[in-house]
Design a binder for this molecule. Structure first.
Ligand SMILES: C[S@@+](CC[C@H](N)C(=O)[O-])C[C@H]1O[C@@H](n2cnc3c(N)ncnc32)[C@H](O)[C@@H]1O
Length: 251
């Protein structure tokens, strides 16, 4: 553990991903939830997206699960502060072990297809299968998932820890959803500004910590972590790895 602790990402970010407030509001509208909707968010982080779903749908209830206890505690505090505590249940836990009380009108898997574990090359397929099992017929899956905006070069692949075949093109990602029985209701993708806001916010806490703790025995490790992430980002995925937001309807 790093001492003093590094500030958690929610101090610098609204969502734990490349997502603007405007796009989040549009994605929530795309779910077109019925009254009394039940929503499940797998790998919800600090649950900001789920809380906004509940704010936009005053009779909806939500359940979110994440391994990160600090994120869940922050989400719970926000839910209480915003008068949503009675309509949201946030659990610290492993989604792969959690048995949610479905079926749900909507499932959210945003930047979190890995939560069901297994081979990284199968994460998207696993998430599509698992979410389908949680949805009522005709329910909606909001899937925020990676894809290659353009073919990564050998140099980019060498600079980041993501194998070429972990992701496909956007068209192939949507086809995969259809192979799993869904119909696509909408697709959009994070733009470069959203990526930069996310990545800048992601690295800020490390830089603040390094400036404040130059003599800490952990400084070299934190600096190495920040430098590695900067290399991944700027020599690796920036402008090449995309994040697609698919609104999908289950059969
Ligand atoms: C990129 S973040 C996305 C968080 C959130 N969906 C959002 O958009 O703000 C991925 C999240 O998945 C969580 N996670 C990873 N593996 C998990 C697992 N097996 N069970 C539950 N949560 C998991 C991480 O703790 C992290 O909060």
């Amino acid at each position: 553990m790093t001492t003093p602790e590094i500030a958690p990402p929610h101090e610098d970010l609204t969502f734990h991903g490349p997502l603007s407030e405007e796009r989040a509001a549009r994605l929530i509208r795309s779910l077109d939830l019925p009254d009394d909707a039940r929503v499940f968010d797998a790998g919800c982080g600090w649950a900001e997206f789920l809380l906004r779903v509940l704010e936009a749908n005053p009779t909806a209830t939500g359940t979110g699960v994440d391994l990160d206890a600090a994120a869940i505690a922050h989400g719970q505090a926000n839910a209480t502060a915003r008068g949503l505590a009675a309509r949201v249940t946030l659990h610290v836990g492993d989604v792969a072990q959690y048995r949610p009380d479905g079926p749900f009108d909507a499932v959210v898997v945003n930047g979190a297809s890995q939560v069901w574990g297994g081979d990284p090359l199968q994460h998207t397929a696993n998430a599509l299968t698992a979410a389908r099992g949680l949805l009522r017929p005709g329910g909606k899956l909001l899937l925020g998932e990676g894809f290659w905006e353009r073919e990564p070069t050998d140099e980019q692949l060498a600079a980041m820890p993501i194998p070429r075949n972990q992701y496909s093109s956007l068209a192939d990602l949507v086809d995969l959803a259809h192979i799993h029985g869904y119909r696509m209701l909408g697709v959009e993708q994070a733009n470069l500004d959203e990526w930069d806001v996310f990545e800048n916010g992601h690295g800020l806490a490390w830089e603040r910590w390094l400036r404040a703790n130059p003599d800490s025995p952990h400084a070299d490790g934190v600096r190495a972590k920040a430098d590695t992430h900067r290399t991944y980002r700027l020599h690796g995925w920036r402008g090449t790895l995309g994040l697609a937001y698919l609104t999908l309807q289950a059969p």
